[in-house]
Design a binder for this molecule. Structure first.
Ligand code: CTP
Length: 408
């Protein structure tokens, strides 16, 4: 299953081609095909003879492949099967890619169906190598890698870790999310290339003692969707995040923080270098005055209610708004239980934002930890809209459309 913050419905019905070569990681290509299906991409598959020893064409057919190419010669495939992906598919991804297919691609060999299709392919090509670390480190493989990169082939991974052969090193297939994300990116116009985007997301934790904190149920999903939408469109993305469990591509810069004050320091430090601030974090407005470095003990209680004092935290969004240059744009979120339109307009003005997005945390299918959101959006030039319930990736895509139109 793909994580929700990759489920962008932006390329439904787009045809891609998945090439599979003879590595033990070939079994993961089946899951990759399912993920492409979740995105409603139409996937043709080409498997080499070596790959067919690990996984069968039938398995790919059963999981929804448009057509499974195995050979140029058995007559089952059309006479021009070696050209069909070049004519129909918008992207060719080879996962796993062995040292052998890399060598063939680097040198223009076309002696079986996949290498012939790859040689004819003029669109974006993505390789996800997987092989034993010695094969990966071999000077010939590294030279082929350089050749392919220089020609514009995108390479995802490999990662490091324990290998099927028992060795440890570099050569593991990249995480499937990373491969899917590169495919989506290769299909997406890079109209935000050169735009620097900072996204704050997730909750903050305000510690009372080493065992207890004050926080909220934010999962960071809305911010994760915005960060991925900007990344897919080619932006340079920095994510300042509280404790969340969200995957991001390795070229998204991550700044992990715990407390509102740490988030304040990180965001205000990064802000002068950004074009766009997308501030979705559920920042704690108050922190308990810390008890100290020792755990608060029940035995220290007397009868009656416990008194805990709270102190206010700095408002990050407001501070960024006060220090906003003419070329910078700022988007804020507000979580409300009532009067969304009024509060959104007030906060837009009070925090000097360009766009304010209000979501109701009182209605089902909206707000914290929900896969969907129902928002009211108002901007600084007087436009406002109430949107129906949409998935969070859909909301993110629309918001980014809106705010990028406000950029100079
Ligand atoms: N925000 C912030 N720093 C804070 C509090 C909030 O940057 N200390 C930001 C949030 O990230 C969000 C926006 O301000 O983008 C609105 O947050 P919200 O909690 O809805 O509003 P508050 O200004 O905190 O007002 P209230 O809680 O009273 O509604």
């Amino acid at each position: 299953m793909l994580p929700t913050h990759l489920l962008f419905p932006i390329h439904h019905g787009t045809r891609i081609q998945l090439g599979v070569t003879g590595s033990i990681a070939a079994y993961k290509a089946l899951e990759l095909l399912r993920m492409f299906g979740e995105l409603e991409l139409l996937t043709g598959v080409s498997i080499t003879q070596a790959a067919a020893r690990f996984v069968t064409p039938l398995a790919f057919q059963s999981l929804g492949a448009q057509h499974v190419y195995t050979t140029m010669w058995d007559g089952e495939d059309s006479a021009f099967g070696h050209l069909e992906p070049a004519q129909e598919a918008r992207c060719l991804v080879i996962a796993p890619a062995t040292a052998n297919i890399m060598a063939k691609l680097a040198h223009g060999l076309a002696d079986e169906i996949l290498s012939a299709q790859a040689l004819a392919f003029q669109g974006p090509v993505i390789l996800a190598p997987a092989m034993n670390p010695r094969l990966w480190d071999a000077p010939a493989t590294q030279a082929n890698l350089e050749t392919l990169r220089a020609r514009g082939v995108r390479v995802v991974g490999p990662g490091s870790g324990a290998m099927a052969c028992g060795e440890t090193g570099k050569g593991r297939l990249a995480p499937l999310e990373a491969i899917v994300a590169q495919v989506l990116k290769s299909l997406t116009p890079q109209d935000m290339a050169g735009t620097r985007v900072m996204v704050s997301l997730g909750p903050t934790r305000e510690f009372f003692d080493p065992a207890r904190y004050w926080s909220n149920p934010s999962t960071g999903l809305m911010g994760g969707c915005l960060a991925m939408a900007a990344w897919l469109r080619g932006a340079t993305v920095t994510v300042v995040h509280g404790p969340v469990d969200l995957w991001f591509p390795c070229d998204v810069a991550r700044v992990p923080v715990q407390t509102a004050r740490e988030m304040f320091t990180a965001c205000t430090g990064l802000w002068p270098e950004q074009d766009l601030g997308l501030m979705t974090a559920a920042v704690s407005d108050f922190s308990p005055v810390p008890h100290g470095s020792e755990k608060f003990k029940k035995s220290s209680l007397t009868d009656g209610p416990i008194q805990i004092e709270f102190q206010t935290n700095p408002d990050i969004l407001k501070t960024l708004g006060q220090n906003k240059a003419r070329n910078q744009k700022l988007l804020g979120f507000c979580a409300e239980t009532a009067n969304l339109a009024d509060y959104a307009a007030q906060k837009l003005a009070a925090k000097n934002c360009d766009l304010m997005v209000a979501n109701s945390i009182a209605s089902p299918g909206s707000g914290f930890a929900s896969a969907t959101n129902q928002v009211y959006v108002v901007d600084a030039v007087g436009r406002s809209e109430q949107w129906p319930q949409l998935t969070k990736p859909e909301v993110a895509w629309r918001l980014l459309e809106w705010i990028t139109h406000l950029l100079p």
